[in-house]
Design a protein around this ligand. Structure first.
Ligand code: ZN
Length: 388
């Protein structure tokens, strides 16, 4: 048994689906596998095997396995806890963060991990930057799990990071001419909470002079904050859409603002991943009128939706936030478009309308692949538009 096999055989798959999903996020509103991706994943195990702190050096494993003599129970080395990053199940925060660190370690020329802020409870908000350091690049933002129960978003965002990094030398120039700013878990406190206490937790874990916990981070951005009263967000701390006491009151949203506004590389694309309505939506969410770039955003969204449909046969509807859902005020995409001036800004609501937040794990990889197709198509479109 070689190093990889030894490590993989020691992995224990935790069943994270412990409760039935009976609640909706809002109350308002083909099984196909890319075989080359699977092959790639299994061949590249060294890069995806992670331990909570560091890789266990292969020498240590060999030393352990080469001992033939029988040891008394008290002498036996404790079985090491090895964590495997894959896209066949949902992972806890330590696995996600170790995965990011391992990518940086294995691909130091193009990967850098940053801590862009601390959560309310003091956890790191980690961001992976992928870049070939070309000065003419433009920047792309990807985030997942701003709403902590939407686990598929973190799976998709980590998958996009992994496939971009591992194929960087052979992929399209419309991918490599971008600096990728990737935050797989924007709400780490909430994410941990969904894994330990309440699978359906959406907000962060802030307390604002109240017995109630949590701010809806996607109502805490400044543009349109508090508009439309209780229709667009809530001023009530016990409400699932609580917008917080003021714009950017939360360190998680402030981290996004500060990272983007302090970047010397101009951002051209902002993609925030959510679930589960199978939608591609864009500004505005705070009002009904179309934004100035409605047609261009509609076209870019339709190109992504077509790429998804051609891959999996699933239709993601495309339109403005208000048209397809409801008033959503203080969202990250309204802010990124209006204030950060990012021209291609979308919220992608992943699968699935059928299973809601509890997407079966056998659909993770397909959801990742269909969105990889969508992101590639959007990057081509963005480049084509900039040449016009
Ligand atoms: Zn969401």
């Amino acid at each position: 048994m070689n190093y990889s096999e030894q490590c993989i055989s020691s992995v224990r798959h935790n069943n994270l689906f412990s409760r039935d999903d009976s609640s909706e996020e809002t109350g308002k509103v083909a099984q196909k596998t890319e075989s080359c991706t699977q092959t790639r994943m299994f061949r590249k195990r060294r890069g995806t095997l992670v331990s909570p702190k560091n890789h266990i050096p292969s020498g240590m494993i060999q030393k352990y396995t080469s001992k033939n003599k029988k040891l008394a129970p008290s002498e036996r080395p404790r079985r090491r806890r090895i964590l495997l990053m894959d896209w066949n199940r949902f992972h806890k925060l330590d696995v996600i963060y170790s995965f990011m660190d391992e990518l940086e370690k294995d691909f130091p020329a193009i990967c850098t991990v940053y801590v862009i802020g601390k959560s309310v409870e003091g956890r790191d908000i980690k961001m992976l930057k992928i870049s070939n350091s070309n000065a003419s690049n433009v920047a792309v933002w990807l985030d997942g799990s701003i709403h902590s129960r939407e686990w598929i978003t973190t799976a998709v965002v980590t998958y996009l990071a992994d496939i971009i990094v591992r194929n960087f030398q052979n992929t399209s120039s419309s991918i490599t001419n971008k600096d990728w700013y990737i935050v797989p878990v924007l709400n780490p406190d909430g994410y941990v909470y969904t894994h330990t206490r309440d699978r359906m937790w959406r907000k962060n874990r802030a307390r604002h002079d109240s017995e109630f916990v949590g701010v809806d981070l996607n109502r805490n951005f400044s543009f349109g904050w508090g508009n439309n009263g209780e229709e667009g967000s809530s001023e009530m701390p016990n409400n699932v859409f609580y917008r917080g006491p003021e714009p950017f009151s939360e360190p998680e949203t402030a981290a996004v603002r500060d990272t983007i506004l302090s970047s010397s590389t101009p951002f051209k694309v902002f993609l925030s991943f959510h679930s589960y309505y199978e939608l591609i939506i864009f500004p505005w969410g705070y009002k009904t009128e179309p934004c100035a770039d409605y047609l261009r955003l509609l076209e870019g969204g339709a190109i992504m939706a077509r790429a998804i449909f051609e891959y999996s046969g699933i239709i993601y509807k495309v339109g403005s936030t208000k048209d397809l859902t409801y008033y959503a005020c203080g969202t990250s995409i309204d802010w990124s478009y209006a204030i950060a001036k990012i021209p291609y800004t979308y919220m992608i609501e992943l699968r699935s309308k059928k299973y809601k937040f509890r997407l079966p794990k056998d659909q993770i990889l397909d959801t990742c692949n269909e969105n990889w197709k969508a992101v590639q198509a959007l990057m081509k479109f963005v480049d084509q538009q900039s040449r016009i």
